[in-house]
Design a protein around this ligand. Structure first.
Ligand SMILES: [Fe+2]
Ligand SMILES: [Fe+2]
Length: 255
């Protein structure tokens, strides 16, 4: 370590390391503003500055070599294996729903309910997740994924769902959902698919067991029957949400 770097803060060192790793790559890898916002910085590096810092290199316009390689025509399974940061929670929820004898649509909804959290973004994850899967699943499934975001905060004792103790721990005893969540809840309560979304919540709370044995292979058939895998590859089709999957496929493309 150089003498000067002793004085660097941990975050400066992390930035320097990241910078170094970027230089090792054949192409210029760029970060979208959102990644910087998540680091508490309202900033982005412009194209000209990036070219100047990386003489002789072009912008990355495809796969990021640091990430697991995806096949030419990726399936939902490939995203599960190569892009989802964690699948245990989804598999546990879906396994619980399967054992309880729920319909395939409910099981699929449980399997995909937090798809946005594990692959894309946390804030408003129900809305993002629903949009991601909407073109490929029955409307009941995507509707339920969207609605579980709001229903999570409201108990339904008759359906076997109490306000989660975990939420008191995570958000404090005084946390109140924002008005848009309250409104969503009121709309969902009277929707014909209410129970599907509620069952996501019911199966969600029992699914944090670190010792539970779960396997993606148990869901191959249910996915096959209920998820319309595009023949071009998920993200390479022209569905209204294909761009979201492509962004996961190539998260550091310049444009
Ligand atoms: Fe969720
Ligand atoms: Fe969940």
């Amino acid at each position: 370590m150089q003498a000067g770097s002793q004085a660097m803060t941990l975050s400066e060192r992390a930035d320097a390391l990241e910078e170094h790793m970027m230089h090792e790559l054949e192409h210029i890898v760029t970060k979208s503003v959102l990644f910087n916002l998540a680091d508490g910085k309202v900033e982005m590096e412009g194209g000209a500055a990036l070219m100047e810092k990386n003489p002789g290199k072009y912008m990355l316009m495809g796969a990021d070599p640091r990430l697991p390689k995806m096949p030419d025509k990726p399936t939902l399974m490939d995203y599960f294996r190569c892009r989802f940061a964690s699948t245990a929670h989804l598999l546990q929820s879906a396994t619980h729903a399967l054992k309880a004898g729920h319909s395939e649509k409910v099981v699929l909804a449980c399997l995909l309910h937090d798809v946005a959290v594990v692959s894309f973004i946390r804030c408003d994850h129900g809305y993002w997740g629903a949009q991601m899967i909407e073109p490929y699943v029955d409307e009941e499934v995507s509707w339920a994924v969207r609605a579980h975001q709001a229903l999570r905060f409201f108990p339904d004792e008759a359906a076997g769902y109490a306000y989660p103790d975990l939420y008191v721990k995570y958000f404090g005893p005084d946390y109140q959902p924002e008005p848009y969540i309250v409104d969503e809840y009121k709309r969902a309560r009277i929707h014909r698919h209410y129970m599907t979304a509620r069952l996501i919540c019911v199966n969600d709370i029992y699914s944090f067991d670190p010792n539970a044995k779960v396997n993606l292979d148990d869901f191959v058939d249910i996915i096959g029957r209920n998820f319309k895998q595009p023949k071009e590859g998920l993200g390479l089709d022209n569905s209204p949400s294909a761009h979201m999957w492509r962004t996961m496929l190539w998260p550091t493309r310049f444009l």
